[in-house]
Design a protein around this ligand. Sequence first.
Ligand code: DQA
Length: 149
Amino acid sequence: MKEILVLHGPNLNLLGSREPQVYGSMTLEEINRRLMAEGERLGIKVRCFQSNAEGALIDQLHEARGWAAGVIFNPGGYTHTSVALRDAVAAIGIPVIEVHLSNVEAREEFRQRSLISAVCWGKISGLGWKSYWLALHAFALRFQEDEMR
Ligand code: DQA
């Protein structure tokens, strides 16, 4: 069975209570629960991890080389600042989809630049928790296409 890492960056542990008008009212646990259940339905094992620490996120990306067929990554505020996370994504040779709950392009100017996007397979933003959901489905389609080849 294919496995996917869902990686959440800083402050996403506070989802549900954190600026709900921007990020919605669903908790991180609920998002993870839905992704794992949908993964099961699609025949994909979903493993979730959250950290507020840049180094821990980098370690997870490195470790994913050993087991993950794809990564769904919300780098949070590090999206806009972290050369080290960009380098980790570029280094691992696994397709990564960058996701954001909010529409970062429609927000403050500093959020409109992502250091991560250019080294990702794709990016989904602005659809709330459904950004993650659609990323999972994009991987399911990719895996199906791989199998047909
Ligand atoms: C975010 C957008 C970032 O700009 C912000 O720093 C976050 C969350 C999102 O999912 O919309 O922490 O990645």
